[in-house]
Design a protein around this ligand. Structure first.
Ligand code: FEO
Length: 396
């Protein structure tokens, strides 16, 4: 994709990664983009670089826009290698550029790539005048790493916020108004659920801080996915809602099964919940990924997790899911557990132990069936689903 002018003298020079399907465990069915921006003025600044194997594409896009030796600054908003992997090579080509980053960014760059760079560290409120464009920096630790910061182009009201407000979405179209809004919000939600959930409180505080600074962006330009220019307030509001744990009367049943018993239980539980008018999503692991399950959980009030016992433990796919979910710690969900077993239990206790360690709210009752559920067991399952549904309907 050639470079695109997103505002006068501000160019997208990033790359599209159409083929990535696994982003450190996050399943990216629609690929992703590594967005970089080049601001041409008396002094020229490149904002963010790209993943190492796309270095050539970035350098080619920069060269189409300006002479590499004329670039005065490389702004590094975040050092995770999807944005900095090409930095050593890019810094060599942009030989007159100073690297501008947070103090923690300098440490992280040095730890990743050595210290043979010229650095200028910045903190919240610092500004860099390029000519007609002023860059203002806002530190944003843990959005997504301790080093993270945002770069705000004051005159154009463009917030270059790196990982925040992104989506793993590869597209030949660069702007939100060119993308099916349902797909865009689905991918934005999937991204939040699988990357930013642990930092929900920080997100709310950061948005409040940015508003207090008088920053009201007309364009939000993240480093993954498309640029929000039609209605940037929409994604800000979505982030506030997701960060607050805003959810609907929806239950996600996540389970796996060995010989079909846990599957039968899951279906009976779902029927009980549905009988109360609750929306239910079923994610059978090995048919659905952890990524999909967490995306469904984002706007649900309850999770019902089920596993057969294998070797006195959770089924391996459920162990993986619990590990993933307890790391992400989605806010304000009611968790409950069920499962089947043969001669020895273990799965339900294992799931509860993990949930307890993570501080999840846990429904007091559990449901376990030996070998194959009979009619009476399925009736218990139905009532279990109904009981959870009634509980979340009573929740504000
Ligand atoms: Fe897109 Fe935290 O890197």
């Amino acid at each position: 994709m050639p470079q695109i002018e997103i505002a006068k003298n501000i160019f997208w020079v990033g790359v599209v990664d159409w083929n990535i399907r696994d982003f450190h465990g996050y399943i990216t069915n629609r690929g992703t983009q590594y967005n970089s921006y080049l601001i041409r003025d008396d002094k020229i600044a490149l904002v963010d670089t790209v993943k190492q194997n796309f270095t050539e594409g970035l350098l080619s896009n920069i060269s189409e826009t300006t002479k590499p030796e004329d670039v005065g600054y490389i702004i590094v908003n975040h050092v995770e290698p999807d944005h900095s992997g090409s930095l050593p090579e890019v810094a060599k080509k942009l030989k007159n550029a100073v690297i501008v980053c947070s103090e923690r960014g300098k440490d992280a760059i040095t730890e990743h790539y050595g210290g043979a760079f010229r650095f200028q560290t910045v903190k919240t409120g610092d500004e860099l005048k390029l000519g007609n464009h002023t860059l203002r920096f806002i530190e944003a630790p843990m959005l997504h790493w301790p080093d993270s910061m945002f770069t705000y182009v004051v005159e154009n009201k463009i917030l270059m916020c790196n990982d925040a407000f992104g989506q793993h979405l590869a597209s030949s179209k660069l702007f939100d108004d060119d993308i099916d809004p349902a797909i865009l919000m689905e991918e934005a939600g999937r991204y939040f659920a699988n990357i930013l959930t642990p930092f929900a409180q920080l997100i709310t505080r950061k948005i409040q801080e940015v508003v207090k600074m008088g920053i009201s962006p007309t364009i939000i330009a993240p480093s993954h996915g498309v640029i929000w220019r039609q209605n940037p307030a929409k994604i800000i509001q979505a982030y506030l809602d997701w960060s607050a744990g805003k959810a609907k009367n929806k239950i996600v049943i996540v389970y796996d099964t060995m010989w079909g018993s846990t599957d039968k239980m899951a279906r009976a539980i779902s029927e009980g919940a549905i009988s109360e008018g609750i929306e239910v999503k079923i994610c059978k692991l090995r048919a659905a990924t952890n990524t999909e399950a967490m995306t469904e959980i984002l706007d649900a009030k309850a999770v019902i997790a089920g596993s057969p016992t294998l070797n006195n433990q959770m089924f391996p796919t459920m162990a993986s899911f619990m590990n993933y979910a307890t790391g992400l710690k989605p806010k304000d969900k009611l968790w409950s557990f069920f499962g089947s077993y043969g001669w020895g239990k273990g799965a339900v206790k294992g799931m509860i132990d993990e949930a307890r360690k993570a501080g999840f709210e846990i429904h007091e009752d559990t449901l376990e069936v030996r070998f194959v559920p009979e009619e009476e067991d399925l009736s218990r399952c139905f009532h279990f689903g109904k009981q959870i549904a009634l509980k979340i309907k009573a929740k504000p």
